[in-house]
Design a protein around this ligand. Structure first.
Ligand SMILES: [Zn+2]
Ligand SMILES: [Zn+2]
Length: 269
């Protein structure tokens, strides 16, 4: 099992289970030394199955901060959020940027609550998804990009258009020194799916990581935990690793994300 995980949810998002403390206890039991909470960011408009309500943010912050103190001798806990690049929510995002230890970018929609990343199946929309990642990095909104290949969830043919997008993301990663995540969450948990060009996991996808490996982009493994039990089971991690087997990926093991966040915060606008 890995020692550090920056991608952890809580039940506030509406699709995770367990109490905050259960996540901490399971992480300790699983041998983690560093645990980052990064629940789905709340915005001014509620969206119950996808993210916490904005009224729950104060409780989220205080709960994680008190667990950080309570378990400080056993595990290092950090408080973050998983955000999207949504210019119309910039006031809320700016506050998270200022107040939290770090932010990860999980661009679940191309526009605010429109055009789900899980529904993309054409090169133009895929490129627009990459435009959002680029804009987020340009503004130094985030400290790593979660599941950069989530936009291939419904993409039927992993053709040249996909490789071009992978290259674009790799270049963004290098330009902004932005780690890219190998996500071991629901993309592998529910097994392989049939696409027009064959069977594969929804994400991570090998074609993206071929480009990331070729360009030596920094990679961070993220468990994307929505259930404390996942800290105690390597099955999904091994599935994700099988996707990139044989590739010479630049996987960072002890990356100090909060330290990187301090530098990115200073550049945020
Ligand atoms: Zn989630
Ligand atoms: Zn997540």
């Amino acid at each position: 099992m890995i020692k550090t995980n920056w991608h952890t949810h809580t039940k506030r998002c509406g699709h995770a289970v367990g109490e905050d403390e259960e996540y901490v206890l399971a992480a300790i039991q699983g041998g983690l030394k560093t645990l980052g909470f990064s629940d789905h960011a709340a915005y001014r408009i509620p969206y119950p199955p996808e993210r916490m309500d904005i009224s729950e943010t104060t409780g989220y912050f205080s709960s994680i901060r008190s667990l950080k103190e309570k378990y400080k001798d056993q595990i290092d806990i950090y408080l973050g959020m998983e955000v999207e690049y949504y210019p119309e929510q910039w006031d809320v995002l700016s506050e998270y940027r200022r107040n939290l230890d770090y932010l990860i970018l999980g661009q679940h929609n191309v526009f605010f609550d429109r055009v789900s990343a899980y529904s993309i199946n054409d090169p133009d929309t895929l490129n627009r998804y990459v435009d959002m990642l680029e804009a987020a990095c340009e503004h130094h909104l985030c400290d790593y990009i979660a599941h950069p290949d989530v936009a291939l969830y419904r993409y039927q043919k992993l053709d040249g258009s996909v490789r071009e997008c992978a290259e674009r993301i790799a270049d963004i990663s290098l330009k902004y020194n932005m780690p890219l995540e190998l996500n071991t969450g629901s993309g592998v948990h529910y097994g392989m799916h049939r696409y027009e060009d064959g069977m594969r996991y929804a994400y991570p996808t090998r074609i993206f990581f071929e480009e990331f490996a070729r360009k030596k982009c920094p990679i961070i493994i993220g468990l994307d935990v929505h259930d404390p039990k996942r800290f105690l089971d390597d099955t999904d991690l091994n599935r994700a690793l099988s996707v990139i087997s044989g590739l010479d990926c630049n996987i960072l093991e002890d990356y100090d994300l909060p330290e990187a966040a301090k530098k990115n915060k200073a550049l945020f606008y």
